[in-house]
Design a protein around this ligand. Structure first.
Ligand SMILES: CC(C)(COP(=O)(O)OP(=O)(O)OC[C@H]1O[C@@H](n2cnc3c(N)ncnc32)[C@H](O)[C@@H]1OP(=O)(O)O)[C@@H](O)C(=O)NCCC(=O)NCCS
Length: 174
């Protein structure tokens, strides 16, 4: 069990003119293999993309980016595309804080379903999602072209009126 103090990050919407987009892409490059990595600059130009950056207040006026979350909001569904924390700041609550920001957005916009795919072997991410109430509904064999790894499909169902998480159960044995 980690014994670290959570980082006091500030989470803000990530905008197209953010001067830290290169630093944010660098977190992605260090976190994902080429098959699942995205260009934040290109991604946030899409009208249905909603993204956030976690910044650590410090000597820089804007704070240092230490993580980001990119989602697509289409109709009553929010798709989690990428969430990443810089490798030196992991396990200190940044990923959870970003995902909770996405969840708050989903509740505000009366989203019914939050969906994502994750590599079956990505234990940190699978644990993060499960700890929030996502459950596993399916496997996509060989989904990731770089190494042929299976994708686990996970969902969180929300009651759009109350924002409450609707309990579900795994359809896939983990
Ligand atoms: C997945 C990831 C975003 C988690 O970010 P993080 O800032 O380290 O996560 P947090 O500190 O907020 O952890 C929240 C919970 O997630 C789970 N978790 C996170 N890292 C874990 C690990 N290495 N092992 C097991 N559980 C882990 C735990 O339940 C943790 O709660 P706890 O620390 O109280 O036990 C981070 O590991 C990462 O950037 N990985 C590379 C990119 C990636 O794979 N993204 C997901 C696919 S899109």
């Amino acid at each position: 069990m980690p014994n670290k103090v959570p980082l006091p990050v500030v989470i803000e919407p990530l905008l197209a003119n953010d001067p830290d987009l290169d630093a944010i892409n660098a977190i992605g490059e260090a976190s994902f293999s080429s098959g699942t990595r995205m260009d934040a600059r290109e991604e946030i130009s899409r009208p249905f993309t909603h993204a956030w950056v976690a910044r650590l207040p410090g000597t820089r006026a804007r704070g240092t980016p230490v993580g980001y979350l990119v989602t697509w909001h289409v109709a009553d569904e929010l798709h989690i595309l990428n969430v990443a924390t810089s490798s030196t700041h992991r396990r200190r609550g940044v990923g959870l804080a970003l995902m909770e920001t996405g969840l708050a957005y989903a509740r505000e916009r009366k989203v019914r379903l939050i969906v994502l795919e994750v590599r079956l072997g990505n234990q940190p991410a699978v644990q993060l999602y499960r700890s929030m109430g996502f459950f596993a509904i399916g496997l996509r064999p060989g989904y990731y072209s770089d190494n042929g790894e299976d994708a686990l499909e996970m969902v969180m169902v929300l009651d759009p009126e109350t924002g409450q998480i609707v309990p579900g159960r795994d359809e896939v044995r983990l």
